[in-house]
Design a protein around this ligand. Structure first.
Ligand SMILES: Cc1cc2nc3c(=O)[nH]c(=O)nc-3n(C[C@H](O)[C@H](O)[C@H](O)COP(=O)(O)OP(=O)(O)OC[C@H]3O[C@@H](n4cnc5c(N)ncnc54)[C@H](O)[C@@H]3O)c2cc1C
Length: 453
């Protein structure tokens, strides 16, 4: 899945050398030569942003304690191996591996990668007929033109959907266009087009190179960074008091004191006021938290005894009437021994799936697959799913700009307060928001701010 390919085809990523020194420094295992500098930093959240900050600060002599609410680190890089295949519930791909800091980290951590060719795809109509290559190529080219048109006509207050529907009323109801709007745009940005900014929906950046997928679990990367750090699992932060010289952090009913705090919990956790700040966060910060949104994307893995699809294909597309409804299938047989397909629910439909039972979901997915492969295909023998919207550790998948927001809101989310409270996380990295590399870079950025005080 080529994140932002359809939007950012011509962008060149930053050269690898730019990141290499930081990377190597932050992944060194030996800490024999580190002399403590007498300062304590508490990092709230053990996702990749928090871990990256913790690692770098630790190497600079800070005493670092990571407080993580869940039973393991990794956050949205979370792998379920319960059915014998590594099902990544959150991130799967390194988007644009050239010059991307995650490429090196993945190789150092033993995470294996596989190039998922985007052009290895067939898209099927509801009667099971594949769209011809020329129709697809033509539509994708028109789709790119439409994205430019929406961006140019977009305003700060109007949603993508409002502007798109006024410019392209016919395409708004076309099933192939709904497929592209969700499997490309909503997957890329995280936001349903009805709430996505028409002006800032794609003003972020991308690294170069075709996307690669991690085949043996993205948690290998976070487990690797976490090595040697003081991490307190099952420790949920509920309060941060920064009214005195030292910062007081409340977690599981106890208090910890620190000189600095890195808040690396997801935007959704901040939006839900799960942490009480004393004094309250400044108004500009609260406005930025309110204006930006957490999008939703859910993933579903289905496994069969034998495959009934063309196992040479990397992707299978489908054009149902409902936007975002199980319209994109990743053939995991291409890179695992498992006879599996992973499908997705995007935008508002992702949230609809969260109140459906497993059987209801399987039935709906099977209806789509039966339209393509016939009624005799069997039900899956194994099924896994996610519910990111209801997940109290993130309240959504990744951050996106809504109508009403500006991209500057993402910068405000990154602003430190009183040189005591620092904010990391994918939602604080305007240029690479919504990605693993964005989250990682945000952690390094905040560690550098503290180191340079
Ligand atoms: C479905 C899905 C698909 C994705 N696909 C990709 C992809 O293919 N490629 C890509 O680059 N990115 C992808 N992403 C985005 C990527 O996973 C995230 O951008 C990145 O992992 C975020 O890291 P983070 O450190 O900012 O946040 P998180 O990983 O969410 O870490 C935050 C941590 O804070 C903890 N926490 C929350 N509340 C508290 C509290 N009160 N006290 C203590 N700890 C707390 C959480 O448990 C979590 O561990 C995807 C995300 C999702 C959900």
């Amino acid at each position: 899945m080529q994140r932002r390919k359809f939007i950012k085809d011509t962008l060149t990523g930053l050269p690898l050398l730019f990141f290499t020194p930081t990377l190597l420094a932050s992944c060194r295992k030996d800490d024999e030569n580190i002399s403590p500098n007498g300062k304590t930093v508490v990092v709230t959240g053990g996702g990749i942003s928090g871990l990256a900050a913790a690692k770098k600060l630790n190497e600079k002599g800070f005493t670092v304690i990571v407080l993580e609410a869940q039973e393991k680190v990794g956050g949205r890089m979370r792998t379920d191996r319960s059915i014998g295949v590594a099902f990544d519930e959150g991130a799967s791909w390194i988007h644009g591996p050239n010059g991307n800091p995650i490429t090196n980290l993945a190789s150092q951590s033993g995470a294996n990668t596989f190039l998922t060719a985007d052009d290895s795809v067939k898209v099927f109509d509801t009667n099971g007929t594949p769209y011809s290559e020329s129709v697809l190529a033509n539509s994708e080219s028109q789709f790119n033109t439409a994205l430019n048109a929406v961006r140019n006509a977009g305003t700060q207050t109007q949603s993508f959907q409002t502007v798109f529907n006024s410019l392209y009323p016919t395409q708004a109801n076309d099933r192939l266009w709904k497929y592209m709007l969700s499997a490309f745009l909503e997957f890329n940005t995280g936001g349903d087009i009805s709430k996505l900014s028409s002006k800032f929906f794609d003003d972020d950046e991308a690294f170069n190179g075709e996307d690669v997928i991690i085949t043996n679990g993205y948690d290998k990367v976070t487990d690797f960074i976490a090595q040697g750090l003081d991490i307190r699992l099952n420790t949920r932060v509920t309060g941060i008091n920064y009214s005195n010289t030292k910062v007081n952090i409340t977690a599981n009913g106890s208090n910890i004191e620190a000189d600095y705090v890195v808040v690396s919990v997801p935007l959704g956790v901040l939006k839900n006021n799960a942490i009480t700040f004393t004094p309250a966060l400044p108004t500009h910060k609260i406005n930025a938290i309110t204006n930006t949104n957490m999008g939703n994307v859910n993933k579903f893995l289905l496994v069969w005894n034998t495959p009934f699809w063309d196992t040479n294909l990397q992707y299978i597309g489908y054009t149902p009437n409902t936007k975002g409804k199980f319209n994109y299938f990743l053939n995991i047989k291409k890179f695992t021994p498992s006879n599996g397909l992973m499908t997705f629910a995007f935008g508002d439909y992702a949230t609809v799936t969260e109140s459906m039972t497993n059987n209801q979901i399987i039935n709906e997915i099977m209806l789509n697959l039966k339209s393509i492969y016939g009624n005799s295909i069997p039900n899956p023998i194994n099924f896994l799913r996610t519910k990111w919207g209801q997940n109290i550790n993130s309240f959504g998948a990744y951050a996106y700009p809504t109508n009403g927001s500006t991209s500057a809101n993402f910068d405000t989310l990154a602003n430190e307060i009183n040189n005591k409270i620092f904010f990391a996380g994918e939602h604080t990295e305007r240029e690479y928001r919504g990605t693993v590399h964005g989250a990682y870079l945000s952690g390094i950025r905040e560690a550098d701010k503290i180191i340079n005080l």
